[in-house]
Design a protein around this ligand. Structure first.
Ligand SMILES: [Zn+2]
Length: 456
């Protein structure tokens, strides 16, 4: 039986997507019109004219099929207070969310924040979410964050950060080393690196703590066998504390590190990053709308041979979808060029296809998950999205990649697979009680809003 997704039951088991525009992100296959065979959660075969025996066939006419988007850095716990900070600058964000509300978050607030954040991500075609969780106020907060990722059905990387209590201790060059509770999480909750939700470390790094602290923290993460991320090139702290540079001079740079922002990191530091094989995450939307971080480093990273991943950062300030981030990367670079025309010659330009690669396969590499996700490759888990190219905002589709990057939005995402399980079907999330989740999120939001915001 061949089905379009409208008004048909959600299929399971062996599935063949037939006759779609495949933007595979696999260099050996390329962009083709063809089929994808999914079985037992994995991509079995990719190509034209595949045998449909025993499979439920999904009609791929007028559909683009891509690997799911990968958001390499989101503070998901802020999901239920999304958009409260639209228009805020960075000091205001920090004062209100991390200093005022962070200490008031209960484990329940963390749970519902993470759940609505992850569900919003799935709705937008993000199948892998690196949850940069700096809300480890107690072991119960940690457990709640992990439970919500699991309950959402998304592929989650839980990046264990620090508490949002006593923000000055944890954020302003503090001497405290990383919370020891990460050892419990590794041993008891997230020991399996093949599970759908896995563990990494969100370290403060040399700009939010010190090089000495970071050296100890990195040693701990590497002893636990997990990868680490850290925020660097954060506004004035970038040139002052040189997060990447100081780690490079200490011989600590390696492929297992993900550097977030890099806005004000020096060119010498980006060269060190490239030489080490470490990764970068550009949060172009947040960097563009939240004055204080610096301009998105997309072009500067590319100039050093680094293909960055992309990330949302926080829904308190920006939309939780990759369309917005991809367009922000383009807008921010070209806005910079309008101020400094000479930079057009010095920075590499990037295309819609490049941005889709950053939003998929580069995110998988940055997350240490390229063996499982990030491209439509036989043997990888079936993390896939189907985009409707015949929607009113995209027809007639003149260039698949350009249409998606230039004009796509989460409403164009018809179907979302995570490890072969369908999490969105015919434009709606599956198995989600939206009414109950909305009520829960509103209760959390109302309680948090009862605490007065005081400017720092
Ligand atoms: Zn961040």
């Amino acid at each position: 039986m061949t089905m379009s997704t409208a008004d048909t039951p959600v299929p399971a088991g062996r599935i063949l997507i037939q006759g779609a525009h495949l933007l595979t992100q696999d260099d050996a296959i390329g962009d083709i019109t063809g089929d994808v065979l999914i079985d037992d959660g994995r991509i079995v075969e990719v190509g034209p004219g595949l045998d449909a025996t025993g499979a439920t066939v999904i009609d791929g006419t007028d559909r683009a099929v891509l690997p799911g988007f990968i958001d390499t850095h989101r503070h998901t716990w802020q999901g239920a207070i999304r958009q409260v900070g639209t228009g805020w600058d960075f000091p205001k964000y920090r004062q209100h969310i991390q200093v005022t509300w962070g200490p008031q978050f209960t484990p329940d607030d963390v749970y519902i924040g993470n759940l609505v954040g992850a569900l919003g991500a799935l709705d937008a075609g993000i199948t892998t979410l690196r949850d940069e969780s700096h809300i480890q106020n107690s072991p119960e907060h940690t457990n709640s964050a992990i439970s919500a990722l699991r309950d959402s059905g998304i592929r989650g990387v839980f990046a264990f950060g620090w508490p949002s209590i006593d923000s000055n201790k944890w954020m302003l060059r503090g001497e405290a080393t990383h919370p020891e509770d990460i050892r419990r999480v590794r041993a008891d909750l997230l020991a399996d690196d093949n599970a759908l939700v896995t563990l990494q470390a969100m370290l403060r790094g040399p700009e939010l703590s010190t090089l000495e602290v970071t050296t100890k923290d990195l040693q701990m993460a590497r002893d636990l066998g997990i990868r680490s991320s850290m925020h660097v090139g954060n506004g004035p702290w970038g040139p002052e504390f040189r997060g990447i540079g100081s780690l490079g001079e200490a011989g600590l740079l390696a492929e297992d590190l993900l550097f977030i922002h890099c806005c004000t990191s020096g060119d010498d530091e980006l060269k060190m990053l490239a030489d080490s094989g470490a990764h970068a995450s550009v949060s172009a939307a947040v960097e563009a709308v939240l004055p204080g971080l610096g301009a998105p480093a997309t072009g500067r990273l590319l100039a050093h041979g680094i293909r960055p991943s992309l990330s949302i950062d926080t829904e308190a300030s920006v939309a939780g979808d990759m369309f917005n981030v991809m367009r922000a990367a383009l807008l921010a670079q070209n806005a910079g060029v309008s101020i400094d025309p000479a930079s057009y010659e010095s920075l590499p330009q990037f295309t819609p296809a490049d941005l889709l690669a950053m939003a998929t396969i580069e995110g998988a590499r940055a997350s240490g998950l390229a063996h499982k996700t990030g491209s439509i490759t036989p043997g990888k888990d079936a993390d896939l999205i189907m985009v409707r190219l015949d929607d009113a905002n995209l027809l007639p589709c003149n260039d698949v990649a350009a249409s998606i990057v230039g004009a796509g939005h989460p409403g164009n995402i018809d179907t979302v697979f995570v490890a072969g399980a369908i999490r969105k079907w015919a434009g709606r999330l599956t198995g989600v009680d939206t009414t109950a989740i909305r009520r829960h999120a509103e209760q959390s939001r109302d309680r948090l809003f009862s605490f007065d915001l005081v400017d720092g």
